[in-house]
Design a protein around this ligand. Structure first.
Ligand SMILES: [Zn+2]
Length: 338
């Protein structure tokens, strides 16, 4: 499951104190930490998470949520610290997310959320943190002969987006995720009513959307023991309305038409190829401006610059994870200009 990659981002441990821009702080590359650095920038831009952690009175001594809290609060404070995330990185290392090994950003993102669930003594708060990202869905498997349907419930904290050359937009990827799949021949499934394997169809129906929607563009594909990166172009919008993307077929009967309007707040970017890569992040600040965080360096950029991560060429930096924040209906966040 775990795909560990070598990295080209081996940089000195003694870089100068991270640059700051509008309350955003660069993070030194400490033991090949570019992946965690990029994730920390996205967590820091998720102020719902920062607020929950800030309001927590931890009694825990050694835990991932404790050091995540410490790192995020230090990133927000004015105090200059060369590596406010140092203790967090050491704690991750003790929890099998090691130094000097470049990780897969989506795997580390999910590991951190799981470690919060496991290690946080305040279980109600741990649930509240999970709920920030939780997409709940109904799973279904239907026999194509007798039409018997088996349903279940499931949730994901990041939606895996299968990308193909023919897909050229995130909206298409989302539609494809909720598209029903036919299972025939060797893929036939056991039908309880027929009492044997039958051609079936399966899929997901959306029940509810979270305050922060994480979409993972699956750019790494394994085949024959070799991992390659898919550089295909996938466009994504600055604002997204899920209700406008999905048809009624993709929605569960339990789906509550809540706020389905989202606004992009962070993009985790992967540069390079599968075996030699570097992670950086674009994050949108409360003032609506976009910033680019590349380890120690942080600078303000335009939305056009963020769009340069759509991909399409081998040489380009490509968006790997997209985080959208729900914006109240009728109170859409303004798009940044540029
Ligand atoms: Zn059947």
């Amino acid at each position: 499951m775990s795909r560990r990659m070598l990295s080209m981002c081996g940089r000195s441990w003694s870089l100068p104190i991270g640059s700051r821009a509008q309350g955003l702080r660069g993070l030194m590359n400490y033991g090949l930490s570019c992946c965690v650095n990029a994730l920390l920038q996205s967590f820091s831009a998720t102020w719902e998470l920062v607020d929950l952690l800030e309001g927590w009175n931890p009694v825990d001594k050694e835990s991932v949520p404790l050091y995540l809290r410490k790192a995020l609060l230090a990133m927000q404070s004015d105090q200059s610290q060369p590596a406010p995330h140092r203790d967090f990185l050491h704690c991750l290392d003790r929890n099998d997310i090691y130094f000097y090994v470049q990780q897969d950003a989506d795997e580390v993102f999910l590991s951190i959320l799981n470690l919060i669930q496991q290690q946080m003594s305040d279980k109600a708060l741990a649930q509240a943190i999970q709920s920030l990202y939780k997409v709940t869905m109904e799973t279904y498997l239907q026999c194509l002969e007798c039409k018997y349907i088996e349903t279940g419930a499931s949730f994901l904290l990041s939606l895996p987006m299968h990308i193909r050359e023919s897909h050229d937009s995130l909206e298409d990827c989302i539609r494809f995720f909720f598209k029903r799949q036919e299972l025939r021949d060797g893929d036939k499934c056991y039908c309880e009513r027929c009492g044997e394997k039958k051609p079936s169809q399966q899929g997901f129906k959306l029940i509810s959307l979270p305050p922060v929607l994480c979409l993972h563009l699956k750019r790494f594909r394994n085949s024959h023991g070799y991992t390659r990166k898919l550089h295909y172009k996938v466009t994504f919008p600055e604002t997204l309305n899920i209700s406008e993307i999905l048809t009624a077929e993709a929605l569960s009967e339990r789906y509550v038409q809540n706020d389905s309007q989202y606004s992009l707040c962070a993009v985790i970017v992967h540069s390079g190829v599968a075996m030699f890569g570097h992670y950086t992040a674009y994050v949108r600040h409360k003032n609506q401006s976009w910033y680019y965080a590349n380890d120690s360096s942080v600078r303000q950029v335009s939305w056009k610059k963020v769009q340069n991560t759509y991909g399409g060429s081998q040489r380009e930096d490509t968006a790997y994870m997209l985080l959208y924040r729900r914006t109240p209906e009728g109170k859409q966040q303004e798009c940044s200009s540029g």
